[in-house]
Design a protein around this ligand. Sequence first.
Ligand SMILES: [Zn+2]
Length: 435
Amino acid sequence: MKRKLPWKQTVKRALVCVILLAMPVRSAPPHAPRQSQSSRLSDNPRVRAALDWFTPNISWINDQQARLTEIPAPPFQEAPRAAALKELLAEAGLSVQIDKAGNVIGELGGVNGKEIVIVSAHLDTVFPDGTEVKVHREGSRMTAPGISDNGTGVAALLALARAVRFARLKPQRTILFVGDVGEEGEGNLRGMRALVDTYRSNLKAVIVLDGSSTDHVTTKALASRRLEASITGPGGHSWSDFGMPNPINALVRGSVRFISTKVPASPRTTFNIGQIEGGTSVNSVPYEARLKVDIRSESEDELTRLESALRECIAAGVRDEMDSARDRSKGKLEWKVELLGSRPGGELASDSPLLAALRAADEFVGNVSRIERSSTDANIPLSMGIDALSIGAGGNGGGAHSLQEWYDSAGREAGLKRTLLTVLGISGVAEEKSR
Ligand SMILES: [Zn+2]
């Protein structure tokens, strides 16, 4: 082990001073230290009863997770899984409805019904209709597409609802337990958009349960855009019409330009050509070619810059192809770039009560979690200045979005308790009247 050099200590001390000076004044707790929030909460006998509900019910929770995962929920086809969840939340004693977007909403009325806290888990998967979704179980391990993302979140949502109802817990603020639609891909967060739209004026916090583990908390929303470029032309025969402008050629020319676009390492900015299609047969000049691109950045400005770069490159590709065409008599190429989806960015303030509730819950279960930036349902509330975060719901998982996706429920209690305390930490619990 190396001894620290004195200058390093000085630097470190100086840094600590800078950090302390830079901390906002109100982050210094005026009344009680952080830990006491959750110890006070867990001192409440009803909260205690809810926390204690999880351990003896783990196998029931695992069974529900497997059952719900085996109901396919491809994008835009979440309804059968939503119907099953609706029934389960109603059995748990909540009043449940399905909104126009297809979200399942189970309500637990609070003392102050005007203030709302949403805890949500997305119902949809990335897997297309017809994917084999049978769950294979071996001990505490389950394997199936969607078992972790978001079987874990949906099962946790149900477990939380059961636990609070079992403990006959009355929150201060109304809690909505929501299985929401349209989180993945081209769903474009439509379920969360609808929820925030409906409850916006009363919404105090959103806690998103997405996938497994307890090692992170997403408080920074990664902004992204999905774009589709398409080029069309007259089309023709590969031999007799040779020399006429070819949409695939133009798309390739434009793509080669686009992938040479420089993006900064900081703010981190990425692009990906994820799908390319067009043409009908090998011996035809195609009449259409399409390209889908996903762009992400820590900065909205970079996103805008990259989106314009794509438009310019596609336009240039079309121009190059038209310039080199020998035969322009049968028509020219048309192009467009359309926005398929856009996820706005945002950030939860480091001194927000919601983050304090999560940290207190972490401390209660002895967990350490790191702050992450990612693209989740929390993007929508965060982009509107509503407190939100996204966490895993416990246990361990891997292979998300692959057919080998797995989940191991060992230790999932910690994740469930952490989630419960975060939700109750922000909803508050009604004072018990002494009898
Ligand atoms: Zn997910």
